[in-house]
Design a protein around this ligand. Structure first.
Ligand SMILES: Nc1ncnc2c1ncn2[C@@H]1O[C@H](COP(=O)(O)OP(=O)(O)OP(=O)(O)O)[C@@H](O)[C@H]1O
Ligand SMILES: [Mg+2]
Length: 161
């Protein structure tokens, strides 16, 4: 399902122009139904590896090697193909929701955006599906949660929910 071969990521410091190699030739494969844990010290490149798979590495970064997802060459896929894959097949759950989510947008915007943009659903159907997905993970108070902002749910999410 996912094949990564000899992945090298180089970033350039925008101020000094200095180049730093962050990933030095990662290779691994993941078959359908398998779970894979990447283990390494902080700063060793676990998140960067996955950002390369999604095509969201830092601006100006250079990625070489091969990343194949279900037969798609992710390093050469066009924007439209990447958008479709990100909406349907791949998701990144960031470690830090305060940094990863836009604090001025309510939760419903994040949940319905992918569905209405990439799956061409109308907003009403996308919102209904978002509520359904919340219920599937045990969140029944869907109206309040959809209208909430990230800071109202994360950090102390168990008591807020
Ligand atoms: N936006 C960025 N631009 C340039 N370099 C970055 C950027 N973000 C992270 N790095 C560098 O990339 C390297 C890998 O970082 P990464 O975030 O992938 O580590 P990690 O293994 O996920 O760490 P952690 O366990 O703390 O999440 C680090 O040296 C980090 O300083
Ligand atoms: Mg990380």
């Amino acid at each position: 399902m996912l094949k990564i071969n000899n992945l090298v990521l180089t970033v350039t410091d925008p101020d000094t122009g200095q180049q730093t190699e962050i990933l030095h030739g990662n290779s691994f494969e993941l078959a359908q139904g398998e779970a894979l844990g990447l283990v390494g010290e902080s700063g060793s490149g676990k998140s960067m590896t996955l950002r390369c798979v999604l095509g969201i590495e830092p601006p100006g970064a250079r990625v070489t090697g091969e990343i194949e997802l279900d037969g798609t060459d992710m390093l050469r896929a066009n924007g439209e193909a990447l958008r479709r894959i990100r909406a349907n097949d791949l998701a990144l759950i960031a470690q830090n929701p305060h940094g990863a989510l836009n604090p001025v947008l309510p939760v419903e915007r994040f949940l319905i955006e992918g569905m209405s943009d990439a799956r061409s659903m109308d907003k009403k159907a996308a919102r209904a599906l978002a509520a359904d997905l919340l219920r599937q993970v045990g969140i029944d108070d869907t109206e309040r949660v959809l209208r909430s902002y990230p800071h109202q749910l994360s950090g102390d999410c168990c008591s807020a929910l």
